[in-house]
Design a protein around this ligand. Structure first.
Ligand code: NAD
Length: 284
């Protein structure tokens, strides 16, 4: 019998915790502020930015939104980030990815001050994650760890398989699982015997970006399945990377799409904004 891990419920718990922390800071005269930059008019990015804004409102975080045209020049984006870096009233800066192709994503991310880097993409923060000593957690993997903790799922000694090796999800996910004493395997597009590896997993994290990539024949009985994928189907509906209907019958725990990992990513962003605010006001 499987259990669905509801990202809606767990993220609500995290956001309520953040709202309490924000209130305590306000009582001391400190206001948390998150600046979000969106370049271009990618509809999916627009939805994410709106959801981030709503979460800020819920938590009591002041949010600033900078929507720039798709043809924005690199120098203009740099100028905005430098301005936000210097602004003491701004605690967190987030540049919504992907950026239009003509912009240098790496240069932009490297420019955000590490103490305001609430996405934890700056190389300095990535380095901290590697050594397991960090202030900011990468939002999606940290949201997944929160879900596992919420359900009292221990990773100690477990075989965890992460499918996908992106800097945003796969790699940091593996690091966080390793920190919890899991034995971690990362699979990717060049992995030879993927089915064999995945079918030995106690915990599967799928972050590929392909609908129904994980099928029931890859899943060991009792496995925990975390579906990171967000794929828009022709009928407009969202689906994950996991064949949910078939895989759930073999799983002990499984996350749905939508309503699984997605809301957790945003909740962690809120948590990171509080952390940034505390660090900048020497409360941590
Ligand atoms: P990405 O495109 O950067 O990485 C995809 C990874 O999948 C790559 O590392 C690649 O090696 C691997 N891959 C591709 N084909 C494969 C194959 N045949 N076999 C094994 N591995 C294969 O994507 P990403 O940014 O890591 O995102 C992955 C998915 O997660 C996307 O659907 C994205 O929309 C979603 N996502 C969701 C959230 C959330 O909050 N829920 C956050 C970030 C990303």
């Amino acid at each position: 019998m499987y259990k669905i891990i509801s990202g809606k419920d767990v993220s609500q718990a995290v956001k309520c915790r953040v709202a309490d922390e924000i209130k305590a800071l306000k009582d001391e005269g400190i206001e948390a502020c998150l600046a979000v930059i969106l370049v271009g008019d990618d509809p999916a990015s627009r939805v994410y930015v709106n959801n981030k804004k709503k979460a800020c409102e819920f938590c009591g975080i002041r949010s600033l939104e900078y929507v720039l045209p798709a043809e924005t020049k690199q120098e203009e984006l740099i100028e905005l980030i430098e301005k936000l870096n210097a602004d003491k009233s701004v605690n967190g800066i987030l540049c919504q990815l992907p950026l239009p192709k003509h912009l240098d994503e790496k240069a932009v991310l490297n420019l955000i001050k590490p103490e305001k880097d609430v996405d934890a993409f700056h190389p300095e923060n990535v380095g901290h994650i590697m050594i397991g000593d960090f202030n900011f957690l990468p939002c999606t993997p940290a949201g997944i760890m929160e879900m596992l903790r919420y359900e009292n799922i221990s990773l100690d000694g477990k075989n965890c398989v992460v499918i996908g090796r992106s800097n945003i999800v796969g790699k940091p996910m593996a690091m966080l699982m390793l920190k919890e004493n899991a034995t971690v395997t990362i699979c990717h597009s060049r992995t030879q015997n993927l089915k064999e590896i995945v079918s030995g997993a106690d915990v599967i994290v799928a972050a590929v970006g392909r609908p129904n990539f994980v099928t029931a024949d890859m899943v060991k009985d009792g496995a925990v399945i975390i579906d990171v994928g967000i794929n828009r189907m022709e009928d407009g509906k969202l689906c994950g990377d996991v064949d949910f209907e078939a895989c759930k019958e073999k799983a002990s725990y499984i996350t749905p799409v939508p309503g699984g990992v997605g809301p957790m990513t945003i909740a962690t962003l809120m948590q990171n904004t509080v952390t940034a605010t505390k660090i900048q006001n020497s409360k941590e």
